[in-house]
Design a protein around this ligand. Structure first.
Ligand code: FCB
Length: 467
């Protein structure tokens, strides 16, 4: 996968974009009536490295016109951002807060004025704390609250938004938030995680039903998929890989694209949950047709059974190894371990495997009756160095270039891939890693809030311009 990606390898109407998320960039945590989210609480309670929080972040809430100008300079077709639920519906129910929704109204209009399609993620992890206090995602009611919130946001912005993503990465929401406890709300309760996964999916299904009734025609969900390999061809390792693939990928893909949970995963989880929380009709809602599937891809897993492990494990694999991880998210599979494949690592400790993206895209296209696909996130953190006002982030360029070549290869193999959103526009608050990991193609000096495009931004700009 070393061939340089070229726009010529993509359909003419391929959507080129970048992505961000509210809590990671907005700051203004207590402004204009925003209520606390679970990430405010989690940050305050020591869940994040060095005591960092999203209180100020990139101050995008106040500087968004400058950031929209950056998008215009880049020449993206589309910008994916998320709406902060506690900003627009601080009580987690009822009428929208006019000052909160007004902010997004201005962002949407600002994008349209600059000829950029707005793509909205309705949930990128900042649950109003008041709803966590009422039970959070393990409580069924949260799914209904989400559908109400989604409908109200659609009423306000639906006439101008191009793509609607219901939930970002339900795996992280449930297993990192409620089993591993490395993401907010930091709970470590396996049964709650399995319920949370279902209710995040149900929230998606209920929102699709509500928005469809209002005429929405571009609805999807974003899953974070991994290319999962067995460390050897031993039966034990192959089974360990099956279980990790089940929990990470199929537990979400199957309900959304087939309207059913995978039987083997239900079986793997039987000691934890009897799935009694799944009501009649839920899977019909969750499996209702969507207009696109969003895929976030960063890395691969090489999985072994603990029994066959030679001791060489890579605990840092993926977000599972997030800051402060004491407990793995692999509910029902305590005996899986992760091996290094010897591939280069990003600053997250994630292995760079661009061909894994090709495999993921082709797999979804072949094994599922999939709608059009968008890569809604892909990118990398590296230890960028600012020298004389320049950041020569060639590792990031190589990463994105390799993954775009993988996208082109997947399209050539029949995947109906329609667009690519690079993560991320700006350096930002990387969840439990705070500001210690930089994913931006634009550098942010957090002391001055000065934005400096990195070499990768100039490279991406040229690529999109077809130069
Ligand atoms: C994804 C998240 C995104 C960002 C990237 C690096 O899991 O959706 O917010 O943190 O990872």
């Amino acid at each position: 996968m070393t061939d340089p990606a070229h726009p010529g390898a993509f359909p003419a109407d391929f959507v080129w974009g970048v992505a961000t998320a509210a809590y990671q960039i907005e700051g203004a945590a207590q402004t204009d009536g925003r209520s606390p989210s679970i990430w405010d609480t989690f940050s305050r309670n020591g869940g994040v490295v060095e005591g960092h929080s999203g209180d100020v972040a990139c101050d995008h809430y106040h500087r968004f016109p400058e950031d929209l100008d950056l998008l215009q300079w880049l020449g993206v077709d589309a910008y994916r951002f998320s709406i902060a639920w506690p900003r627009v519906q601080p009580a987690g129910r009822g009428a929208l807060n006019p000052r909160g929704i007004d902010f997004y109204d201005r962002v949407v209009d600002g994008l349209l004025e600059r000829g950029i399609q707005p793509w909205v993620s309705l949930y990128h992890w900042d649950l109003p704390q008041i709803l966590e206090d009422a039970g959070g995602w393990p409580a069924r009611e949260t799914a209904f609250r989400f559908a109400e919130y989604a409908s109200l946001v659609y009423d306000a912005l639906g006439d101008r938004v191009t793509g609607w993503i219901t939930i970002n990465e339900p795996w992280c929401v449930s297993f990192l938030g409620y089993a591993a406890g490395v993401h907010a709300p930091g709970r470590q309760e396996d049964v709650a995680a399995v319920r949370a996964a279902h209710h995040a999916l149900l929230a998606h299904g209920l929102a699709v039903e509500a928005l469809r009734a209002k005429g929405a025609a571009s609805l999807g969900i974003t899953t974070n998929l991994y290319h999962v390999m067995a460390a050897s061809d031993s039966e034990a390792d192959i089974d360990a890989a099956r279980r990790v693939d089940g929990l990470q990928n199929r537990l979400f893909l199957d309900p959304v694209l087939r309207g059913a949970y995978p039987a083997d995963v239900i079986e793997d989880l039987s000691a934890v949950s009897d799935f009694g929380h799944v009501h009649d009709g839920d899977l019909e809602l969750i499996g209702a047709p969507i207009d696109f599937l969003g895929i976030n891809y960063y890395s691969r897993y090489t999985v072994a059974a603990a029994s066959s492990d030679n001791g060489q494990t890579d605990a840092a694999s993926a977000k599972a190894g997030a800051h402060g991880a004491r407990r793995a998210p692999w509910v029902g599979s305590a005996d899986v371990v992760f091996r290094s494949s010897g591939l280069p690592l990003t600053a997250m400790g994630w292995e760079v495997d661009s061909d894994g993206l090709r495999q993921v895209l082709v797999r979804v296209a072949r094994e599922y009756d999939a709608p059009p696909i968008y890569v809604t996130e892909n990118g990398a953190a590296y230890p960028d160095v600012l020298r004389d006002g320049h950041i020569d982030d060639r590792d990031r360029i190589a990463y994105v270039n390799g993954h775009l070549a993988a996208c082109a290869a997947a399209i050539a193999e029949g995947a109906d891939l329609r667009g690519y959103f690079l993560w991320s526009l700006l350096d930002n608050f990387e969840w439990s890693w705070g500001y210690t990991r930089r994913f931006g193609i634009v550098h942010v000096d957090y002391a001055t809030q000065v934005r400096t495009p990195k070499a990768s931004a100039r490279w991406y700009r040229q690529l999109m311009a077809g130069d």
